[in-house]
Design a protein around this ligand. Structure first.
Ligand code: HEC
Length: 264
C-alpha cells in the first residue's frame, strides 16, 4: 500500500460529501473512489430513462385528427335538397304539357288561313264575323259543313252565288239534298247570296278553309289536305263554269274528299 498524500484524501472526502455519499472519512479510498465515481453516474441514467419514457408517453397530447380531404369537407358543408325542389319537380309534367300545347297549337295557322281571313271581310257583313248568320245563312256550329260536306261543292256555290247555282231567281233548294235537318232553300232569307267569281283559286281555297276550320269547327287541314285545296278550288271554278255542279247537276260528291276534310 502506498501512502496517499493528505491533500488528496481531503479532496476525496470533500467530493464524497458533495455527492452525498458515505465513507468520506475512510482511508481506504483507493478502490472506492474509482468505482464510487462510476457507481454514482452509471446507475442513474438507466433508472431515470425508463421512468421518463412512460411519463412522456402519457403526457403527449393525442395526435391531431387528420385533416379531411377537400371533397368530403365540401360534401358535409353543402346544403341538402332545398325545400322548394319537390313542388318544382312535381309540376314539371304540367309545365311540359302547357309548353307542348303552346308550341303545337299555332302550326294549323298556315298562310292559306291568313289569306282566307282577309277574304272573309267581304262576307262578314252578311254572315257576321263569327259566322253566326243574320242577313246571310248561319255558317258556324257545323251548319255549312252539313250543307256542303264536299268542299268543292261549297267553292262552286261561292263562285256562282244563289241565282246562278240554282239556275233561277225564285226560291229553290240548294246544297246537299240529303242534308241533316233538311236541305237549305234560297227562299228562307230575304236577301240572296251574291257571286264571288273574282276570287282566284288561292283566295277561294283560303276563305273556304277559314270558314270551315275556324268558324264551323272542321278539323284543321292535314298537310296533305292543305296541298290539295288549291287544286280543288281550281276544279270548282272550272266545273262551275261548265255547269257541272255537285248536288245540282247530278254530279256526285267525292267520298274520298269528304273523308279527307272530315278526318283532318
Ligand atoms: C249580301 C249578303 C251576303 C254576302 C256578302 C255573302 N253572303 Fe253568303 N249567303 C248569303 C245568303 C242570303 C245566303 C243564304 C242563301 C240565299 O238565301 O241565297 C248565303 C249562303 C251562304 C252559304 C251557304 C251556307 C249554308 O249552310 O246554307 C255559304 C257557304 C256562303 N254564303 C258563303 C259566303 C262567303 C264565303 C262569302 C264571302 C266571300 C259570302 N257568303 C258573302 C248572303 C251573303
Amino acid at each position: 500500500m502506498t501512502e496517499i498524500p493528505e491533500h488528496l484524501l481531503k479532496r476525496s472526502k470533500e467530493r464524497r460529501a458533495a455527492l452525498g455519499l458515505p465513507g468520506g472519512e475512510g482511508g481506504d479510498s483507493g478502490s472506492d473512489s474509482g468505482s464510487g465515481g462510476s457507481d454514482a453516474a452509471a446507475p442513474s441514467p438507466p433508472a431515470k430513462a425508463p421512468a421518463a419514457a412512460p411519463v412522456a408517453a402519457e403526457e403527449k397530447p393525442p395526435p391531431p385528427p387528420k385533416p379531411k380531404p377537400a371533397y368530403i369537407a365540401a360534401a358535409e358543408k353543402r346544403k341538402r335538397i332545398p325545400y322548394w325542389a319537390m313542388p318544382v319537380v312535381a309540376l314539371l309534367p304540367v309545365w311540359a304539357f302547357i309548353y307542348a300545347e303552346g308550341v303545337t297549337a299555332p302550326t294549323q295557322q298556315d298562310e292559306a288561313i291568313v289569306v282566307g281571313e282577309e277574304v272573309y271581310s267581304s262576307c262578314s257583313g252578311c254572315h257576321l264575323p263569327n259566322g253566326g248568320g243574320g242577313v246571310g245563312a248561319q255558317l258556324n256550329e257545323g251548319e255549312v259543313l252539313a250543307t256542303f260536306p264536299d268542299p268543292v261543292a261549297m267553292m262552286q256555290w261561292i263562285h256562282l252565288g244563289s241565282d246562278e247555282w240554282t239556275g233561277t231567281t225564285a226560291a229553290a233548294p240548294y246544297g246537299d239534298p240529303e242534308r241533316e235537318g233538311g236541305p237549305r232553300d234560297t227562299g228562307t232569307l230575304p236577301s240572296k247570296m251574291p257571286a264571288f267569281a273574282d276570287l282566284d283559286a288561292t283566295e277561294l281555297a283560303g276563305v273556304t278553309r277559314y270558314v270551315r276550320e275556324n268558324l264551323a269547327g272542321e278539323a284543321p287541314a292535314s298537310p296533305e289536305v292543305q296541298e290539295l285545296y288549291e287544286e280543288w278550288a281550281q276544279l270548282a271554278i272550272d266545273n262551275a263554269e261548265e255547269g257541272e255542279l255537285i248536288y245540282q247537276d247530278g254530279v256526285p260528291p267525292d267520298p274520298e274528299r269528304v273523308d279527307l276534310v272530315a278526318g283532318g
